[in-house]
Design a protein around this ligand. Structure first.
Ligand SMILES: [Zn+2]
Length: 116
């Protein structure tokens, strides 16, 4: 997986006209690109579209826990790793709208302003 990302990163850097030797200078960009690349990969593994309405716009797709896992999760990378390993049972893709509706209906956000 890391090797695959490095190939992607090398191509990205070349297309931007940067050089690999300036790697350190672009470490924030490296981290950001790695996150986006992994996110895209994981979304694709989970079907690439909102499980409720079928929206395929990557900008608004979110990785959702089918059953809430509380505050145990530290970073999105932990979920990415699980999904890449094939532990996909408790994950689905939802778009931002469907995820908001799910959270509203299940009252996952007790402080959320209700639009009654
Ligand atoms: Zn949706």
């Amino acid at each position: 997986m890391e090797r695959e990302f490095r190939l992607h990163w090398r191509k990205y850097v070349e297309e931007k006209g940067l050089t690999i030797s300036k790697y350190a200078q672009y470490s924030n960009e490296y981290t950001k690109q790695r996150y986006l690349w992994l996110r895209k990969k994981v979304i694709s593994i989970l079907g690439g579209k909102c499980a409720n309405c079928g929206n395929v716009d990557l900008r608004c797709l979110q990785i959702d826990h089918i059953k809430a896992v509380g505050s145990k999760r530290k970073t999105p990378y932990e979920d990415f790793k699980k999904i890449i390993k094939g532990e996909t049972d408790n994950f689905q893709i939802l778009c931002a709208n469907c995820n908001a509706v799910k959270k509203h209906d299940k009252k996952e956000f007790p402080n959320m302003v209700r639009g009654n």
